[in-house]
Design a protein around this ligand. Structure first.
Ligand code: PAZ
Length: 398
């Protein structure tokens, strides 16, 4: 499969908002005629996205669970944090066989959840289904199977291996305490659209908590997606074998291509001639044309949870642009904190960028890092400029 991330159409969120604004001009005329003030572009983009993309099936149930959870903790004047964690998928088909995904395992979110619980917060853990979860993360997704932590005792019971017992008992106690106190609500998402619906719904529920609500946005959220009107219903075909049945006939599979671009793409040489046998149908290229996902942080900050404390994360791979991008995000959305991190060093160092404060790098000391990564020292060299000795916590998620 070859992905053609075409930049022929505007990709910036600003242009996406403007295009929505101009799409909605017809309704603005009607609104003006009926004396209804026209919608601002940020709200119009939100309206447009959520009316075009269906909510996930479990949304009502999740919202109802979140409402009870928030009410319970609000009654105890407890602070509540919404943690988002893991990566969102971008389906290529409505009946989804294939999707685009990203690297995030949910380590940051799951680890942070444990620290927030320890600090007395009630935690809503909005996470990618099957990604790492607080407490169980110590034993899942491990290089060993979780069964390797256990053995059969002399009386036929399952027993933790002696070398793991102390740590496992500590983790188990914390997990049980969180369960017993109703301190942890786990809500899964899969796609980018599921995520945005859930985030909006839960953020709006947190609104009455004011500054007692913290939104800690550690999920790796897709920047591009296939809008529903351009999404294939069925599994995308890689050969012409089904064309006589389907009466399709195009020489390349195209996902998300706008009509004009579809015609253009059909004129292109789109076969990959990997197979010289005339008896075997040749493979098609797959051309994927994605739209930008609207940036909803502005909506979150201004409308969904305006009094909540909002912490976002910024991931980059190029160390020379990380701080600049974090500052740009802070200026643009006017929230409380951006935590910047690099893909290759994210487990060991982060930078805190907050309004009116100097940038603050936090690094796990060398001796406490599990494993090593190439190029780290070079990147750390750049980070060291702003480094102070007290900026060294025990854990990267702190
Ligand atoms: O899930 P993980 O621990 O593997 O990675 C965490 C992270 C890098 C996704 C997170 O720290 C982060 O930066 N989230 C925001 C990503 C973004 O810029 O959209």
């Amino acid at each position: 499969l070859s992905f053609n991330l075409s930049t022929s159409r505007p990709l910036s969120p600003v242009s996406s908002i403007f295009s929505v604004a101009s799409d909605s001009q017809d309704s603005m005329v009607t609104d003006q005629q009926s004396d209804v003030p026209p919608m601002d572009p940020v709200t119009a983009a939100e309206d447009q996205y959520f009316s075009a993309n269906d909510p996930p099936k479990g949304l009502d149930r999740h919202i109802s669970l979140a409402r009870s959870f928030i009410d319970f903790h609000a009654a105890a004047s407890r602070r509540v944090v919404l943690i988002t964690s893991g990566g969102t998928t971008v389906p290529l088909e409505k009946q989804t066989v294939r999707f685009i995904d990203n690297f995030s395992a949910g380590t940051r979110g799951a680890t942070s959840a444990e620290y927030f619980l320890e600090a007395g917060y009630a935690v809503i853990f909005l996470h990618r289904q099957f990604s790492l979860q607080p407490y169980s993360r110590h034993y899942s997704h491990a290089t060993d199977c979780f069964l390797d932590f256990l053995h059969e005792g002399s009386d036929g019971n399952v027993v933790a291996n002696p070398e793991y017992q102390d740590k496992m008992l500590g983790v188990l106690r914390k997990y049980n305490a969180a369960k017993k106190g109703n301190m942890l609500l786990m809500l899964p998402f899969v796609t980018i659209t599921d995520y945005l619906w859930e985030l909006r719904g839960i953020a709006q529920l947190l609104r009455p908590l004011g500054p007692n609500a913290l939104l800690y946005l550690a999920a790796a959220v897709s920047d591009f997606f296939v809008p529903p009107e351009r999404m294939a219903e069925h599994k995308i075909q890689s050969t012409d074998a089904a064309d006589s049945v389907m009466d399709a006939g195009a020489s390349a599979a195209k996902v998300g291509a706008a009509p004009a671009e579809q015609d253009e793409a059909e004129d292109e040489e789109t076969f990959d001639n990997f197979d010289s046998s005339p008896a075997v149908p040749r493979s098609k290229r797959l051309i994927v044309d994605l739209d930008p996902v609207p940036k909803f942080l502005k909506n979150l900050v201004d409308g969904w949870a305006p009094e909540g404390m909002i912490v976002s994360f910024k991931l980059e791979t190029d160390p020379t642009i990380l701080v600049h991008k974090a500052k740009y995000s802070l200026e643009r959305y006017q929230h409380h904190l951006v935590i910047g991190n690099l893909l290759s060093t994210r487990k060991w160092e982060v930078v805190f960028v907050a309004p009116g404060s100097p940038d603050r790098w936090i690094r796990v000391p060398m001796g406490r890092r599990k494993g090593t990564i190439s190029g780290l020292e070079q990147l750390v060299g750049a980070a060291d400029k702003n480094w102070t000795a007290e900026d060294q916590p025990m854990d990267p998620a702190q």
